[in-house]
Design a protein around this ligand. Sequence first.
Ligand SMILES: C[S@@+](CC[C@H](N)C(=O)[O-])C[C@H]1O[C@@H](n2cnc3c(N)ncnc32)[C@H](O)[C@@H]1O
Length: 356
Amino acid sequence: MPEYLALVRPSVNRIYGRAAGSVISAEATTLGRSVGEDLGVMSLKYLAGPEWLSFSTSSELGPAAISRLAGSSSLLGVFRKTADDALIPVSVAREECVPDSIMSIQRYKGKTNETFTRLMVTLGLACLDDSPTTVPRILDPVAGRGTTLNVGAYIGCDVSGIEMDKSDFEQYRTFIVRWLKDNRFRFAEEQFQVPGRDRSLNRGFAVRYSPNKAAERSGHFRHIRFVNGDTADASAFFKSRGHDLVIADLPYGVQHRSAAGRSSTDLSPLSMLVAAMPSWLWCLKRTGAIVLAFNTLTLSRSDLIDFASDCGLVEHPLTVGLGFAHQVDASISRDLVILRHSSVHAADLSPAAEPD
Ligand SMILES: C[S@@+](CC[C@H](N)C(=O)[O-])C[C@H]1O[C@@H](n2cnc3c(N)ncnc32)[C@H](O)[C@@H]1O
């Protein structure tokens, strides 16, 4: 049986702590399953210093699985182990579309970890039943200062965000415009106002840029669209079925103490979901997926799955039974769930089934 070793990103243990082995294996298993490869039982081991994920397959990994693993948020590269214990690199084509500084430059309290955000994006893309025929479009309906948007842009997706906090919205706009300028992208920015469900006006901006010279010459653009408003109004901000993925690191429902010493509590994540899910489903293609990260101390996994079921959603089959839960700090124990419509059948998965 072919044996493989994949180099683990050094930062991953710090992020996931004791759950690192489980989260790394769960991601790799999902990526394998998404292209019909069973990566079998995995284990983490140290070899010549760094840590590796070790696994065996019944036959050699095909190009589709290698390409999926190349996009992993926690692995740096895959090697095939030979009979005499030599490691042969398995070539991988990375999917970077813009410099990785787009993800790392912003530092602020409340930022969702970039590697974890990349996990959500990678898993979401793997869970799209058919690779989208166009550039995948991701909506983060609780976008903060845009980590999901930046990770999505990094791997070449079109991205949209909604954020209620005016200052987060402003700071993201300032950041992305500055970053595009600093990195010498040609881009066009448009600012607009869009009515919410109660007709009050919400500010927004849209950016169109070419990821590289070849794309620019052939007129291929990427898009970022961000609205400062209530996520429950998403259906007023975006067209129906315009997104392949909804990816959200939900408010944790914990106390925050501001610099001025005032404390506030996030709205309960479940109340927010009840108010917002109809709008999110409006924005999502029927064959799309929803990736939700949540604090299990304020929202239990079973309550979330029950609520999803009431909305006609089920846990995505590729991730059933896998463990992504990990402790972030004393007040946040994070888990993630990936959902899709329960009524999607094989016949719905042809590209022609969705209006573009
Ligand atoms: C866990 S944070 C997301 C952080 C984000 N991923 C980042 O890295 O910046 C959740 C965000 O949801 C926002 N939020 C909470 N309720 C909202 C609502 N009803 N509409 C829009 N945004 C909301 C909060 O302001 C907060 O920025």
